[in-house]
Design a protein around this ligand. Structure first.
Ligand code: FAD
Length: 397
């Protein structure tokens, strides 16, 4: 896989998108430095799923053994009605997914997945050259005086020059702003409760024991809200995401601590199994305002380009945000890996051409899913449920 190229790339942001890009670029023979604002690289305490499109990329980076050690495999995805839990759709995952798409559908703790990619960046078998990870490096400026050697300027007064600069610095990207790109940020009007419920408390209670009998990825559909849950770390935690209309406080502050009681109250009146499950959350529940970006075809300027949430932040209604960032990473590495530094700008243009349309379609489908998931009871909801029974799983590209 490695090529003879060895020019320099700076990646701003050490999240799942930035690190996947760094690893993929390094494996193509490029010299990569990651600048991360935080003092320590890491991820939040929550779950994440990779559908086959993303699992395939991670496996292609040589991470099979490490991923098999941290993944939990759901056997199917079940869609339930809010009022009585009746099943309105069932999609087989597990072996079916691997057989059909040649890659698995897996769940993880985010911190585990992030660590696996970071370890591969810093110590691939303790042998080959590694990605340089610089923490405490918040990018606050760009120097584009020499268009062939763009530089990122960090808050500590340092200058980081390279042949190519990639902004993988998330939904509120500084690189994007510094490039002068259009403000495409949108507020969805919704927020997500997130919680990890200890699996042993779920297993110990006959009212929730059903959740450990068969690992499923579950979505409950209700009027103006929905609930997702699945096991991670082989049943150590049940990961829960509940999407509901946003409060003013959360909209303003983006992230606000919350409680198990708030989570239970948000789903009051639902099937009895829902409060039985949610009441077991510890009080480290958090609420996240759901912002996203409008579709945007302009991800680059000269030798600076964007990747992940910085260019296509999307609503989590297809669980594809990080997965699309991983697709960006794979295509970026493919394009940059086949040219010398002289061809970098053309390679970045090919990267954007190959990725922007597809990511834009996923962004828009995620917005349509918000309306589809949250239909009030009535003719449209019955029509949706009928389609789900026949195997339709929501909008996708
Ligand atoms: P980020 O993860 O935001 O990383 C950006 C990094 O850049 C951070 O480390 C940050 O500290 C750093 N940074 C920021 N500014 C600077 C700066 N100025 N200088 C240096 N460093 C900087 N996606 C999936 O694929 N599957 C799922 O199951 C899934 N579930 C989700 C559930 C919810 C409730 C939500 C809200 C999202 C979900 N997503 C999911 C989407 C996914 O979380 C994001 O799309 C993904 O984390 C984006 O990765 P990123 O690397 O682009 O950005």
């Amino acid at each position: 896989m490695a090529s003879t190229q060895s020019y320099e790339v700076t990646v701003v942001g050490g999240g799942l998108g930035g690190l996947t890009a760094a690893l993929a670029l390094r494996q193509r023979g490029l010299r990569v430095t990651v600048l991360e604002q935080a003092a320590q690289l890491g991820e939040i305490g929550a779950g994440i799923q990779t559908a086959p499109n993303a699992s395939r990329i991670l496996l292609g980076l040589g991470l099979r053994e490490q991923m098999e050690a941290i993944r939990t495999e759901p056997l199917d995805q079940v869609r339930r009605r809010w009022a009585d839990g009746s099943i309105i759709g069932l999609t087989p995952l597990g072996d079916f997914c691997t057989r059909t798409y040649n890659a698995p559908y897996w769940h993880y703790h985010r911190a585990d997945l992030h660590r696996v990619i970071m370890d591969a960046c810093t110590d691939p078998d303790g042998a080959g050259p590694v990605v340089e990870l610089r923490t405490d490096s918040r990018v606050v400026g760009l120097d584009r005086g020499n268009p062939k050697r763009p530089a990122a300027l960090t808050a500590d007064g340092k200058r980081h020059e390279a042949d190519v600069l990639i902004g993988a610095d998330g939904i509120r990207s500084a690189v994007r702003d510094l490039m002068g790109a259009e403000d495409t940020l949108r507020f969805s009007g919704e927020m997500a409760f997130r919680a990890l419920i200890p699996g042993d408390s779920i297993a110990a209670d006959p009212a929730t024991r059903w959740l450990v009998d068969r690992y499923q990825s579950t979505i409950w559909y209700g009027p103006d809200r929905h609930l997702v849950h699945y096991m991670i770390r082989g049943g150590e935690f049940l990961n829960v995401v509940g999407c509901v209309p946003c409060t003013d406080e959360v909209a303003e502050q983006w992230t606000v601590p919350s409680t198990a009681q708030d989570l239970v109250d948000a789903f009051a009146g639902w099937d009895d199994r829902v409060p039985a499950m949610l009441s077991k959350a510890k009080d480290d529940v958090a609420c996240f305002a759901l912002y996203h970006r409008r579709r945007d075809p302009v991800w680059m300027d000269g030798r600076i380009a964007l990747l992940g949430d910085s260019c296509h932040a999307m609503l989590p209604y297809q669980a594809q945000g990080a997965s699309q960032a991983m697709e960006d990473a794979a295509v970026l590495a493919e394009e940059l890996g086949r040219v010398t530094a002289d061809g970098a700008e053309t390679a970045l243009r090919r990267y954007v051409d190959r990725r922007a349309k597809h990511a834009g379609m996923v962004q828009e489908a995620s917005v349509r899913n918000m309306a589809l998931y949250h239909l009030p009871d009535g003719p449209e909801q019955r029509d949706r449920d009928e389609k789900l029974r026949r195997g339709f799983t929501g909008e996708s590209d």
